[in-house]
Design a protein around this ligand. Structure first.
Ligand SMILES: Cc1ncc(COP(=O)(O)O)c(C=O)c1O
Length: 385
């Protein structure tokens, strides 16, 4: 029996064959830094970076590719946005649905006295009300941060309505698209969000160690870089470049990983990729249907398919989530994520802060057989309590 991987909300695996090939080919046949030198291989490396940047810009309908800065992860992109835009005396708003990659930089700034912070609650399904965001806005509010969809209940947030609230009050909106990029359509121009952060290694199917930050030109000058150093551009000047994306991309870029990300974006955007996403959503329905017949189980998140992503979190009466994860791993070779999913405030809202939840997140390469096996495993565990 081989392992069944159902933790794609953490990182997608396996990757499409084209992603493995792009990483390996770039390492073996290109191998050099981008944006630094003028020899052939260096130009090829730069072209890889440029092409991936353009394909991400096209995917999210960014006006220009220069508005996409590569980062090492979703966390890195979120820290760049949050720590870069907030200044002493500002007020920021986040939500109970947010991941620690949003909450921790904000709490850091709050605890050292730089900003005031308001956390807006969510309902039982993990959805934030636009009215609650509107109510939290003050004259000092300089940022609203929220996920496009939560990573525990998979609830898709009312981004359009929240963006309208932000626009009305002239407050920049930062969207964390970690759980939706590559799954759902994202249009930064339609949303009118000023910043969007995302990992490259989840729905975009790229390697770990990739991510990006989109910034609108209206706000780019107001965001200070997180890191300073060599960018390959304007070498004659010792000052950090002011232009995007170089301003945010100090240090040699991970060209092989960016090549893999480019292949991942191509896959996610292809007919095959879209069909596989539909397949992932179908598997999620099979999982939820199967689990809903198991006694002693509670399933979290919106019941309606159109309101959630392919993440399903459950609790089993009388069992701690870590215990369930241990049994699934050791006795059934099923890999899932238990505990608090780096979303402590959501667990407080849901009343699951003591035992956590067991999260299943199928990916495009899972099958109905995997799902059936997982449902049977949960039934056995629940039945043995
Ligand atoms: C909602 C959400 N935001 C941010 C992140 C952080 O992304 P990364 O793991 O690439 O740092 C994650 C990762 O699990 C996530 O689920």
């Amino acid at each position: 029996m081989s392992q069944i991987y159902l933790d794609n909300a953490a990182t997608s695996w396996p990757k499409p064959e084209s992603v493995y090939c792009a990483v390996e080919q770039t390492m073996r046949q290109v191998g050099v830094s981008s944006g630094r030198a003028i020899y052939d291989a260096a130009n090829t490396a730069s072209k890889i970076v440029k092409d991936t940047r353009q394909s991400i810009a096209a995917l999210i309908n960014a006006p220009t590719a220069e508005q996409i800065a590569f980062t090492c992860s979703g966390t890195d992109a979120l820290s760049t946005a949050i720590l870069g835009i907030l200044k002493p005396g500002d007020h920021a708003i986040a939500t109970a649905v947010d991941h620690n990659s949003v909450l921790r930089p904000l709490l850091h700034l709050q605890q050292n006295g730089t900003i005031e912070l308001t956390i807006v609650p969510c309902d039982d399904a993990g959805i934030v009300a636009p009215e609650a965001v509107a109510k939290a806005i003050t004259n000092q509010t300089r940022l609203v941060a929220m996920p496009h969809a939560g990573n525990v209940t998979g609830a898709i947030q009312p981004i359009f309505a929240i963006s309208a609230v932000c626009k009305k009050h002239g407050v920049p909106l930062l969207v964390d698209a970690a759980q939706t990029i590559g799954h759902l359509r994202i249009d930064v121009q339609q949303w009118e969000c000023q910043m969007l952060a995302a990992p490259g290694h989840k729905g975009l199917m790229g390697p770990l160690g990739t991510g990006f930050l989109f910034v609108s030109t209206a706000i780019a000058d107001d965001i200070s870089p997180l890191r300073f150093g060599g960018t390959g551009s304007q070498n004659v000047d010792a000052s950090q470049p002011l232009e995007i994306p170089q301003k945010f991309e100090s240090g040699s870029l991970n060209v092989p990983a960016i090549a893999g990300l480019g292949a991942g974006v191509k896959f996610a955007n292809s007919e095959v990729g879209e069909a596989m996403q539909e397949h992932t959503d179908d598997l999620t329905e099979e999982l939820r249907d199967g689990l809903s017949n198991v006694k002693g189980i509670r399933i979290y998140g919106p019941t309606e398919r159109s309101l959630r992503t392919s993440v399903t979190s459950i609790s089993i009466e009388g069992l701690d989530s870590q215990t369930v994860a241990g049994i699934l791993d050791v006795e059934f070779e099923i890999q899932i994520r238990s505990g608090f999913h780096c979303a402590p405030m959501l667990h407080q809202c849901l009343g699951t802060a003591e035992h956590g939840l067991v999260r299943f997140s199928p990916g495009p390469f899972n099958t109905s057989v995997d799902i059936e096996f997982a449902v049977n495993a949960v039934s056995e565990i629940a039945g043995s309590v």
